[in-house]
Design a protein around this ligand. Structure first.
Ligand code: GRF
Length: 193
């Protein structure tokens, strides 16, 4: 792993597109003594992302980049990350695909959270697909990002049981609650020797 720890917390950017509940849990975690990271930048591709309110609330810089093609904003994004001395990136409900070049540049420093027990159910609409297949369990996964979708090295997972009358929404809610605990735990795991 390429991440090194000095006396200061590791400057981290969180990339979001929507509600930002994982962003909120990461900010809260970052403010604890045991957190190795500080959240110094919020990046969103969606100017209306609800999660942007946490930028205001916690006085964290934000960068909004609206794009279809990642290549069109890549240089500006890299410039912003470097200017803010960002050393780690947490994707949290970020609905855009990063370029290979970008991933290579930050190799080993980009994490993602996915609402399934990877390698099962990569991609979108996970909860419905899990229910359609009559799975007994689902869960969430924090993993490193590589150039293949939801396929990087797994850091930590949490399993949840699927109940008889489970719906897509009840399952999403139950898993999201676990995600809020799992992301900080995964970060602690990376930095424990
Ligand atoms: C989470 O379920 C996450 O696993 C997925 O997108 C959702 C984001 O939720 N990648 P939030 O924006 O953090 O509330």
């Amino acid at each position: 792993m390429v991440i090194s720890i000095g006396p200061d917390k590791i400057k981290t950017a969180v990339f979001i597109s929507g509600t930002g509940s994982n962003l909120k849990s990461l900010i809260k975690f970052s403010k604890t003594d045991r957190s190795p990271i500080s959240i110094d930048l919020i990046v969103s591709n969606n100017p209306k992302a609800k999660g942007l309110i946490y930028g205001k609330k916690y006085k964290i810089r934000k960068k909004i980049l609206i794009f279809n093609d990642f290549n069109s904003i890549e240089n500006e994004l890299i410039y912003t990350l470097e200017k803010n001395q960002i050393k780690m990136i947490c994707l949290a409900g970020f609905m855009k695909i990063l370029s290979k070049n970008f991933i290579q540049k930050f190799e080993g420093k980009i994490l993602n959270i996915h609402p399934s027990l990877l390698p099962k159910y990569k991609g979108l609409n996970t909860h419905q697909r899990v229910l359609d297949n009559n799975e007994k369990f689902s869960g969430c996964t924090v993993h490193f990002v590589n150039s293949r979708l939801d396929s990087g090295k797994i850091i930590l997972q949490k399993k949840v049981k699927i109940l008889k009358n489970e719906t897509k929404n009840s399952l999403a809610k139950k898993i999201l609650k676990q995600e809020h605990r799992l992301y900080p735990k995964a970060i602690l795991k990376i930095f424990s020797f």
